[in-house]
Design a protein around this ligand. Structure first.
Ligand code: FES
Ligand code: FES
Length: 229
């Protein structure tokens, strides 16, 4: 059997969270488990095609999955629908069902950090979590980091300082760092290196990543420090 994911009535993902509400409104997916009758209705369109359920739902089928006429998920400011089998990982759900391919998959064992997303603002390994376990939680992917079409200050710092090469590790590092800088807005170089220990990068040697994070922290500190009168 499959489990449907949909927002609660009213779709208000930012309510109840403190801080960073604007970012979350732009960036969040709120996953809510459907009760069985609504789930059956939602999945009725897929009943004749068991293939669809094997690795999530195809794009065409996804278009048809709405709950009582309402799109089922809110993602990066756009409404999307998705359904997941209980065995589908959150990483695969994001990539294959919602087409949010910025979440990368490397080791699938919780080691490399490529799949890191924010769950209610805290970094987690999306390869180690089932999509259905995220029901009712707010997920931020790298697609949601920037408020509009441009780059977030952290992303801009990575571009300016050449903090990436192939970019495979970058989404996970950006999200891990985003949460880290909230807790520690003025980190030392050692603290940055320690924070990065959970995200493996094969290309850069980390030096320019550390520089990018330092630059972002300095920029954010400038933004938030009141100017002397
Ligand atoms: Fe999840 Fe490596 S793919 S930690
Ligand atoms: Fe290639 Fe980090 S930039 S793995």
């Amino acid at each position: 059997s499959a489990v449907g994911l949909a927002p609660p009535a009213g779709m208000a993902p930012a309510s109840g969270f403190s801080g960073f509400q604007d970012e979350r409104q732009n960036a969040s997916i709120l996953l809510t488990m459907l009760p069985p009758p609504a789930l059956n209705d939602a999945l009725a369109g897929f009943a004749d095609d068991p293939q669809l359920m094997q690795r999530g739902i195809t794009a065409e089928a996804r278009e048809r999955l709405t709950i009582a006429g309402q799109p089922a998920l809110l993602v990066t400011g756009r409404q999307r629908a998705g359904a997941a089998e209980p065995r589908l990982s959150l990483a695969d759900f994001l990539r294959e069902v919602l087409d949010l391919t910025g979440t990368h998959v490397g080791c699938e064992h919780g080691v490399c950090g490529a799949c890191t997303v924010l769950l209610d603002g805290e970094p987690i390994r999306a390869c180690l979590m089932l999509a259905v376990q995220a029901a009712g939680r707010s997920i931020t992917t790298v697609e949601g980091l920037a408020p509009g079409d441009g780059l977030s200050p952290l992303q801009q710092a990575f571009q300016d300082k050449h903090g990436l090469q192939c970019g495979y590790c970058t989404p996970g590092i950006l999200l891990t760092t985003q949460a880290f800088l909230r807790q520690n807005p003025s980190p030392t170089r050692e603290e940055i290196r320690e924070m990065l220990a959970g995200n493996l990068c094969r290309c850069t040697g980390y030096h320019l990543i550390v520089e990018a994070i330092e630059a972002a922290a300095h920029g954010l500190a400038r933004t938030h420090t009141p100017k002397p009168a």
